[in-house]
Design a protein around this ligand. Structure first.
Ligand code: FMN
Length: 346
């Protein structure tokens, strides 16, 4: 057990998970602004490049921070110093909203998982835009995850997503359409063709307008691991039909099979080790269905270099992690990338 893992087990896991999360994000925000602190973090935790070409962009290596960690885009510099090659900020909604009542993040230490029912709390797209405008971090690729406000009816959801796209287009390298969070009532219905076809057509048209003469920036759809194969295939067909560049697979699951942690009864989306196999199976299925027509960003339960490799071997080009970083701590990227590098050298 590393020093961090021991501190996590004996101390951090006893404190409210969201309180710690906010403290970590706050600490990273401050550290990122102080050049010597940033340089120190980078010298300890930085990783050598292993470049990946995807979505018309070059990434320093395949591992990025998943959506939901840096919701307001506050700690880009420190995220880069911790070794992540990209970050998906958000999910952001057009207007500020409080999200669900606290507590809303629960640890399942025995299962190496988390359950969250955040419900997109946030300060809204204006604050995210201002935060992103203030920071330019060379080398760090920025994805922006777009969502809808809780009170926006499904029939009008496209207005929220297109509003986010318009306000934030200049500030991101790619855009993730989050229609798979289990914590906003009915959001996941947007994955059905009845809504998705219209939503993607409108987003595509909007991004075309924003791009003008230039090539539009990539749009990706983030899907739920709880869709059946047939439902996934429908999403894939629509993505291909509407010129979507990629899929982020997957969001958190409502499945609770095999869990032992006492918090398994909590409502919300489960992430971490219990999600790992399912998300890899979804990645493999997508790759088999679409060949190289869509880029896949794989996410779910990546804790080690072996897990990263499994996602890449299944068909992902890029990989993200969130829960693994929480359990493994600041050396997470260095360790995962080191293990991955060793495994491909063997
Ligand atoms: C506390 C928490 C908040 C999250 N918030 C978001 C979010 O706002 N948007 C999103 O697309 N995914 C969100 N996710 C899901 C992650 O991006 C990721 O898809 C999922 O956790 C699986 O990856 P992991 O096992 O590496 O954590 C959140 C996950 C956690 C644990």
């Amino acid at each position: 057990m590393t020093f961090y893992e021991s501190v996590y087990k004996h101390l951090l896991s006893r404190i409210d998970a969201e309180w710690i999360h906010d403290a970590v994000v706050g600490g990273l925000r401050v550290a990122g602004r102080i050049a010597p602190a940033r340089a120190l973090i980078e010298s300890v935790y930085g990783v050598p490049p292993m470049p990946v070409e995807a979505l018309g962009l070059t990434f320093d290596h395949p591992l990025g921070m998943a959506g939901g960690f840096d919701k307001e885009g506050e700690c880009l510099a420190a995220t880069a110093a911790l070794g992540f090659s990209f970050v998906e900020v958000g999910t952001v909604t057009p207007r500020p909203q409080p999200g669900n009542p606290q507590p809303r993040i629960f640890r399942l230490v025995e299962d190496q998982g988390l359950i969250n029912r955040m419900g997109f709390p946030g300060k809204g797209m204006e604050v995210l835009a201002r935060n992103l405008e203030r920071q330019r971090v060379p080398g760090l690729r920025i994805g922006i995850s777009l969502g809808k406000n809780k009170e926006t009816p499904l029939a009008d959801a496209h207005e929220d997503y297109t509003a986010g796209l318009r306000r934030l287009y200049a500030l991101g390298d790619f855009f993730a359409i989050n229609i798979s969070s289990p914590n906003t009532p009915e959001l996941r219905k947007l994955q059905s063709s009845a809504y998705l076809s219209d939503l993607l057509a409108r987003l595509r048209a909007q991004i075309g307008d924003l791009a003008g003469e230039e090539k539009p920036k990539p749009l990706l759809v983030k899907i739920s691991p709880d869709l059946g194969w047939g439902e996934i295939d429908e999403v894939l067909d629509l993505c291909l039909q509407h010129g979507i560049e990629g899929i982020i697979a997957t969001n958190t699951t409502r499945n609770r099979e095999g869990l032992t942690g006492k918090n398994r009864i909590e409502e919300g989306g489960l992430s971490g080790v219990p999600l790992r196999e399912r998300s890899t199976a979804v990645i493999r299925h997508i790759r088999e269905q679409v060949g190289d027509k869509l880029v896949i960003i794989g996410v779910g339960g990546v804790f080690s270099g072996g897990d990263l490799r499994e996602k890449l071997d299944a068909g992902a080009t890029l990989v993200q992690a969130y829960t693994g970083f929480i359990y493994r701590g600041p050396a997470f990227v260095k360790r995962v990338m080191g293990e991955y590098r060793d495994s491909v050298r063997e």
